[in-house]
Design a protein around this ligand. Sequence first.
Ligand code: C5P
Length: 239
Amino acid sequence: MSNNDKLILALDVSEYDYALELVDKFGEHIGIFKVGLELYTAAGPSVIEEIHKRGKSVFLDLKFHDIPNTVSRAGIAAARLGVFMFNVHASGGYDMMKRCRDDVVNTCLRENLNRPRILAVTVLTSISTEILRNEVGIQHSLNTHVRHLAGLALKAGLDGVVASAKEAAMIRGHCGRGFLIVTPGIRTSWTPVDDQMRTMTPKQAIREGADYIVMGRAILNQKDPVKTAEIINQEILTA
Ligand code: C5P
């Protein structure tokens, strides 16, 4: 994996053409692009095909959360699109994650496909301890809940988790080496945190044990986004 592949750019836009324009523009600095709910809903799977044609990889961030049969079938569809990574919500439970993982592995073997990494979202980086307690109704601490969900994902055979960099070291300790940790909620020291609650800088995130960092607005909303990506890659290199 090249160093450039540690920074994943979130294509949080809704126009097909604009998304591909961004892929071309960042081509030199970004190897993996994240296609999330907005772009996928607006542009559909053909945008993924086009990203692949440009020699780039896709993290399909649709955070599947449904009954095991539905999530498994969605996972198989993601594998057939050839994405490098996709994710499910760990709070969908052990059976949902395990069934999805097993069915994707078997389909990939049968159809000779590259097996995508499957990640579990633990607790969204926009959720604080207070929200978790008062709105979601989880009474134990955020850290305890994240650790529990990461452990469940590991037990279900998933490849890793999406979590805040603030929990990366704890997850590494609990789930061991080789378990992927992908961290959104990353902000440079000079950008606003927006709706994110549990943020860290790129350098801190890598030092805490993140394998990949996901960034959207803190790059795309800058005056010179490409230069910003270049600076962040440099920061990752020195971490
Ligand atoms: O603009 P920003 O860098 O905050 O974007 C973060 C991206 O990561 C968004 O696309 C968001 O959907 C995604 N994400 C997140 N928290 C998670 C999983 C994904 O912020 N737990």
